[in-house]
Every structure is written in structure tokens, then in C-alpha cells.
Design a protein around this ligand. Structure first.
Ligand code: DTR
Ligand code: ZN
Ligand code: ZN
Length: 315
């Protein structure tokens, strides 16, 4: 049985854990079943630090991080540098859309069965009207921090982990569709699931779970149930984000979402808090989608949900 020592555990705590384990084993007469490695907590401060970086990048590059603009490439370079330093194998996939060059960033975590690939992704581009911090800095930062947590833990799951940051989602899922269309059928068949994170920190949040693959949906719903948080099926636009090309290619997909321009109902406000009669994100696709346009509780819960699903589905 491999004892994974998560960063931050004191040696005393580890000693207690080992002693308890041995005691249990000796009492029970048999070693307990190996516990599935649990995902570590994703520090909200780390996720928000990435959002601050994305906002600074937008401010230094014409006010946005849109496809084909300097702010997008600077965002990609920021994310790639973090992943390279953390031991990922990164690949930049280039494409052209609307006469401008776009880029996907793919990061593979070495190890695991490459015939069973678990992917987690988010679009990194914003609209041209603003910095795109909730849409979709929130998903991009959560996926980045989940990948960095894998590195910190030196997690070695059974399945192979691959993370992706898509370009030109706002132009019509261009980057993710380009990726899927350029997979061989053999490589496409190796993807056992794709998890999508697009808008997961909305200021007036709902807790929506994609109702696509039932097994993936259950992982998310069970996670929130453990927090005592009610969830609803995502209905604000099936197929309106980067999971759609994977789903259309037959890959099991899932994801979470905190809402965009739809209005929160009184019943939803009663169970989730926030303001009824108001959009989940009043700054959707607007210049006010800044670091002030984030609900910390939602971002915290959903970053942890992302890590939980990655650990659970790859173990
Ligand atoms: N297309 C996304 C916003 C969006 C709308 N409906 C959903 C459902 C699930 C995820 C995202 C979305 C965007 O503007 O990036
Ligand atoms: Zn958008
Ligand atoms: Zn989005």
C-alpha cells in the first residue's frame, strides 16, 4: 500500500497515521483496503492569484484576453510557464480563426495508462470587451491550480491525466473543436472522459451540473451533496461550451457551471442565497467582468469540486 504524504503533513501526523494503520491492520488481521487517494484542498488564494494575473495581463494588453490579441497569448504563456515549472509536458497547438492565429495549450502529466486519458479543460480566451475573469478566467485558474496540485502531490493515478486550455471558444468553440477534429480515431477512443469548467465563479451563483455522462454527473453531484449544497441540471445552453465537440465525438463529458445571463429565481435564491430576479452574472461578456465579478464561496467550492472529480475519475 502506498502512503501518499500530502504536502504540509507534519512528520508527527504521518507517524500517527502509520501507527493507526498498523494497529488497524494488526487488529483486523488484514491490511485495510487501500484508500483511494483523496484530492487535496485547492487553495482559493492560489486560484485568485491567477485571476489577478489574468486581469493584469488584460490591462497591459488593450483591456482584453481575446482570441488573436496579445492578451490571449500572454495568458497562455503565463499558464504554460507554471506548468513547465511543475513538470508537465506541454504542447501548444496552433490554428487560424477569423484571420488571426489561435492557440490551444495541452499539458500532459507523465505517467498513467495512456490508453485511458482523463481530460480537464477550460477556455482561456475572453471576449474583446473585457478581461473575462469569470468567463473564463475562473475555469482556467481552477484547472491550472488542480494541475499544480497534482504536481505538488506527485499524484500517480491509474489513468493518464491531460489538462487543456482552449483558444477561441468565444468565436464558437473553435479551439476545442480543432483539437477534437485533429485527433486520430484511436487517440479519440483513448479519452475516457472530458471535464469542462466554464464560468465557475459567477457573482450571483447557481450550482449547475452538466447532465451528460451519468457517471461523471454523479461524481459532481455526490461531491456537492457532501457539502450540503443542492445542485440543478445545467440548462442555460446545452452544447454552448467546449465539452460539445467531445460529446459530439462520443467522448463521455461532464462539468459544472455557476450561470451566465439567465436570471436566478426566488426558489433558487432560497436554496443558494444571492439575489432573485438578477442574472447569475450581470457582467457576462461585459467590461465589468473583472476580479470584482467573482463569488469566492462558489469559486472555492468549484475549484475543490474540479480537483475531486479529477482525482476520483483517474484513480
Ligand atoms: N458559452 C459560454 C457561456 C455559457 C452559456 N451556457 C453555458 C453552459 C455551460 C457552460 C458555459 C455556458 C461562454 O460564453 O463562454
Ligand atoms: Zn463567454
Ligand atoms: Zn465561457
Amino acid at each position: 500500500m502506498k502512503l501518499s504524504v500530502l504536502p504540509g503533513r507534519t512528520s508527527a501526523a504521518l507517524a500517527v497515521s502509520v501507527a493507526t494503520l498498523l494497529a488497524t491492520a494488526s487488529i483486523a488481521g488484514a491490511a485495510p483496503a487501500p484508500a483511494a487517494a483523496a484530492a487535496p484542498d485547492i487553495p482559493l488564494a492560489n486560484v485568485k492569484a491567477h485571476l489577478t494575473q489574468f486581469q493584469s495581463i488584460a490591462a497591459a494588453n488593450g483591456g482584453n484576453r481575446a482570441h488573436g490579441r496579445a492578451g490571449y497569448k500572454a495568458s497562455l504563456d503565463y499558464v504554460k510557464a507554471k506548468l513547465d515549472a511543475a513538470g508537465f509536458t506541454t504542447t501548444i497547438q496552433q490554428f487560424t480563426s477569423s484571420g488571426r492565429t489561435g492557440y490551444n495549450l495541452i499539458a500532459d502529466w507523465p505517467g498513467g495508462d495512456t490508453n485511458q486519458v482523463v481530460m480537464a479543460g477550460s477556455h482561456l480566451d475572453s471576449v474583446s470587451s473585457g478581461a473575462g475573469i469569470n468567463d473564463n478566467g475562473s475555469g482556467s485558474a481552477a484547472v491550472l491550480e488542480t494541475a499544480l496540485a497534482v504536481s505538488r502531490a506527485q499524484y500517480q493515478p491509474t489513468k493518464h491525466l491531460r489538462f487543456a486550455w482552449w483558444g477561441a471558444e468565444e468565436l464558437g468553440l473553435v479551439g476545442s473543436r480543432y483539437y477534437v477534429n485533429n485527433l486520430s480515431s484511436a487517440n479519440r477512443a483513448k479519452i475516457s472522459g472530458y471535464l469542462n469548467f466554464d464560468m465557475i465563479g459567477s457573482p450571483n451563483p447557481g450550482y449547475f451540473v452538466y447532465d451528460d455522462d451519468p457517471a461523471i454527473e454523479k461524481v459532481f453531484k455526490d461531491y456537492y451533496a457532501g457539502l450540503g449544497v443542492a445542485t440543478e441540471i445545467e440548462t442555460e445552453g446545452d452544447g454552448r461550451s467546449d465539452h460539445a465537440p467531445f460529446k459530439n465525438a462520443g467522448v463521455p463529458v461532464g462539468g459544472i457551471f455557476t450561470g451566465a445571463s439567465n436570471t436566478k429565481s426566488a426558489a433558487q435564491a432560497a436554496k443558494w442565497g444571492g439575489t432573485s430576479g438578477q442574472a447569475f452574472d450581470r457582467c457576462y461578456h461585459s467590461s465589468c467582468d473583472t476580479t470584482s465579478n467573482i463569488n469566492d464561496t462558489a469559486l472555492n467550492r468549484n475549484s475543490d469540486a474540479a480537483a475531486h472529480a479529477v482525482w476520483e475519475l483517474s484513480s
